[in-house]
Write a protein that binds this ligand. Structure first.
Ligand code: BTN
Length: 246
């Protein structure tokens, strides 16, 4: 991971640049980093605010896996981010299923995994990681400000970006290798320790339908299990959006 790094001042979205590179045959582990993004993308078509000071990065992967397992990489990446922030910054880090990294109750990082695959084969995966590092979320639009924080806001000092990226890439490489060696259950154990979702009451938007229930666990495939009010169980895959209710 990271033998080939493409570094930019500004791009529209590092995921878009990574996709173009992947189409042109970029090798597994190629990384795209930008200081800012003019059209950073979040999940479900949302805009991702990406000013200078944050870590905006995409990793090209070409794992030989069943495409159904691609969403598991979001959880693998989440664990790598969470352990990096915990170890390097000593913060109370948590994960909100499937992909938000929280400090306390506020989001500090989001992950956007995009796949180019058929039902049989993954051609490439782009894992996009956005970390609010040396940015001030007080400058974000009011709607986003409430639920967001940055490492600078939490620690009241700036953190060396290149060092944190390096630490993250080492952790990511270890986790990704475990994943390829079919050790996803071990990664899930870590994920469960960071989880802020299991045990809480959540609302899920599933193809136009809203499902409410308690998140009771995550199964071996990384699928979230909800217990609904009538006692029945409902599975949620990571493409769906959840809201944690207090
Ligand atoms: C989310 O939580 O909605 C996911 C946010 C993902 C943001 C990152 S920043 C780097 C990469 N490029 C993008 O356009 N998005 C991802």
């Amino acid at each position: 991971i990271g033998h080939e790094i493409h570094y930019f001042n500004e791009v529209d979205s590092t995921n878009n640049v990574a996709k173009e590179l992947a189409k042109d045959g970029a090798v597994e582990g190629t990384i795209v980093i930008a200081e800012s993004q003019s059209m950073g993308r979040g999940r479900r078509g949302k805009k991702w605010i990406s000013p200078e000071g944050g870590i905006w990065m995409s990793i090209i992967l070409r794992p030989k896996i069943n495409p159904a397992k691609a969403p598991q990489l979001t959880l693998v990446t989440g664990v790598a981010v969470a352990e990096t922030l915990k170890n390097e910054c000593g913060l109370d880090v948590g994960i909100k299923w499937p992909n938000d990294i929280l400090v306390g109750e506020k989001k500090v990082c989001g992950i956007l995994t995009e796949a180019q695959a058929t039902t049989k084969k993954v051609e490439y995966l782009i894992v996009g990681i956005g970390i609010d590092l040396n940015v001030d979320v007080k400058l974000f639009p009011p709607k986003l400000r409430e639920g967001a924080t940055s490492l600078k806001n939490e620690l009241e000092k700036e953190i060396h970006s290149a060092e944190l990226i390096q630490k993250f890439l080492l952790n990511f490489e270890n986790r990704y290798n475990e994943f390829k060696e079919d050790k996803f259950p071990e990664i899930l154990k870590q994920w469960r320790m960071f989880s802020k979702t299991i045990g809480s009451y959540v609302e899920v938007h599933k193809r136009g339908r809203t499902v409410k229930g308690e998140a009771v666990g995550i199964n071996k495939d990384g699928i979230l299990i909800l217990e609904l009010e009538d006692g029945s169980l409902e599975k949620v895959v990571s493409g769906e959006c959840i809201h944690v209710k207090k």
